[in-house]
Design a protein around this ligand. Sequence first.
Ligand code: UDP
Length: 324
Amino acid sequence: MIDSIKDSRRKKVLITGAAGFLGSHLCDKFISEGYAVIGMDNLITGSLDNIEHLFKNAQFEFYHHDVSTFVHVSGKLDYILHFASPASPIDYLKMPIQTLKVGSLGTHNLLGLAKEKKARILIASTSEVYGDPLVHPQSEDYWGNVNPIGPRGVYDEAKRFQEAITMAYQRYHGLETRIVRIFNTYGPRMRIEDGRALPAFISQALTNKDITVFGSGKQTRSFCYVSDLVEGIWRILFGSYSLPVNVGNPDEISILDFANEVLEMISGSQSKIIFQNLPEDDPKQRRPDISLINKLYQWKPVVSRKAGIEMTLPYFKKILNDKK
Ligand code: UDP
């Protein structure tokens, strides 16, 4: 009886991309905070392994569904977090149309669902809206430098459209919306073969393969550990600010320095750094200006890159071991 009263008051959240890297960490966070969670994913880049542990929890449900087609959820819904999308350059190059669809049609469907349910919706946007930025570091008032027809355009423009339609629903329909611009993030459950620098370098170093630095390696990135990101998203969702907010770690490093740092951390690795072609439209620099989120919610990342990599290494080692 008491349980059923509690259940009727329990807040319910829909998380799309639930079987992905960020989506699965968000599912964990909401479950641990006592929410009922519906995870949704079409599993084209996500994996059930990431959420396997949640299926035993009565407050967790999973729908195998592509949000680019009509989305229906019965009953009440308090919050929607839209995290579904291929998110690494090699994924969205392989799946350009799906990437465009999930950012545009998928977002439209979820905004419609949020309107129907009177739910607050948070949209996962990206530092890619700044493209190859001409302003450094990137603050929210910078409009970006994006090539709409380049190989990355399918992701960048889908996310820019996503922000535009989200703001239109907020302004036209009075929907409660939040937009998070996520900078490079890493941690356990990141796919080792997703082609991104951090999992690529770590797995190469662990298996004594060449470390593939693209271009001169002078381009920079700023890597944020996943628990810091989740905390930032949590504060944005429950805060009142409804324009886009950057979340990331401003500790910037060149890709070549990062490759050397990984080699130093993985002692005994026989790997050597090799240089390969720089992909088209690869941003030359990227660092979030986090003054806005710091001012609004006193958020700043607390996990250093070294500490974050130490926490990620056991996961990558296990995955590599399981593959043997
Ligand atoms: N990169 C690299 N070697 C790799 C993978 C990526 O040098 O094996 C470079 C890539 O060209 C980019 C940076 O590392 O300049 C970060 O790439 P990533 O794919 O991690 O994410 P992005 O920030 O470009 O979306």
